[in-house]
Design a protein around this ligand. Sequence first.
Ligand code: ADP
Ligand code: MG
Length: 356
Amino acid sequence: MRWSLSAPIRVWTCLLMLLAVLLASGCSDPDTLVEIHGSTMGTTYSIKLVELPLSLTADTLKAQLDARLDAVNGLMSTYRPDSELSRFNASRSTDWFPVDPELADLVARAQSISALSDGAFDITVGPLVNLWGFGPDAHPFRVPDPQTIEKVRARVGHDKLDVRDQPPALRKHHPELYVDLSAIAKGYGVDQLADLLDRLGATAYLAEIGGELMARGNKPGGQPWRIAIERPDATSRTVYRIVTLEDDAMATSGDYRNFYEKDGQIYSHTIDPGTGRPVAHALASVTVITENCATADALATTFLVLGPERGLALAESLGIGAFFVSRVGDDYAHSATTAFEASVSEKGLRVSHLED
Ligand code: ADP
Ligand code: MG
């Protein structure tokens, strides 16, 4: 069984995700919010604004937001054969390949997260993602044999990729190296939407792509934005916790939305580069709250790869606000970093646990 990559399930998932955000954020005062919706990066985006920036209509603002997202996809999408990243992936040269500074910068940020996580986060993992039946070359699911996994691993590794900024360029050490920014691009897209909204003068909004989001200012009436962390369950969409955000970004990675199930075993789209296999531990979801959504997105994936103990230890040592939900039998247990708990007490009752 496969979830979420088939179009109807993906659309349904996005609608439910949107509903969770709506329930948590806007339901008290829906009429006073300006809402903009669109599609990007194989999912949906939404913006809720307390008021439109001066001299813009919802349509003219949407056109600007779409143009910015289109430019990001034109650089970074592995689903667009003509994107700059797809052209780099298709090239078999091991010489420097000139790229836009924006792409070089995001790759450099991804590489620094690989370094601090000992390679748990790895944007060269794409061939393994495809081998396991996810990604642009998706095929019917089968468990690959160990020799094939090892063969593919020979062309995977963040240390086989160089990036420089003067002049901006990428370089492969292996001609078949393939770069996949899926675990950071949605967060980056949210940061781009937020930057644009800030530049246009918007001061209070919620910007979201596929569940990764950025909150600024307050809702109408001065209340903070309230966001649901959902229960990591593939068969239902229920709220596990409500988080109150104030000028924060939030991203969640989980093994419960995009996976196959075969012979009682779950195969998730998050790959442990250390084994070449989908992650296999009790951790079901990780939510990260930081000021920057690209970082939150990448770190949520990183901690999910590392698992409940090593992930929590790294998040703690980095001083990152992170909330981990693990499966315990048929139930769930959670843990949070000191930074997450501290921001709860700093900002008053920031998290409420609905299930207590
Ligand atoms: P989601 O797309 O559900 O928000 P993530 O942000 O965790 O989830 O991104 C998952 C995607 O990242 C996968 O579909 C795959 O393309 C890529 N990926 C899988 N494993 C890794 C990894 N260890 N490091 C970086 N990217 C990964
Ligand atoms: Mg991610």
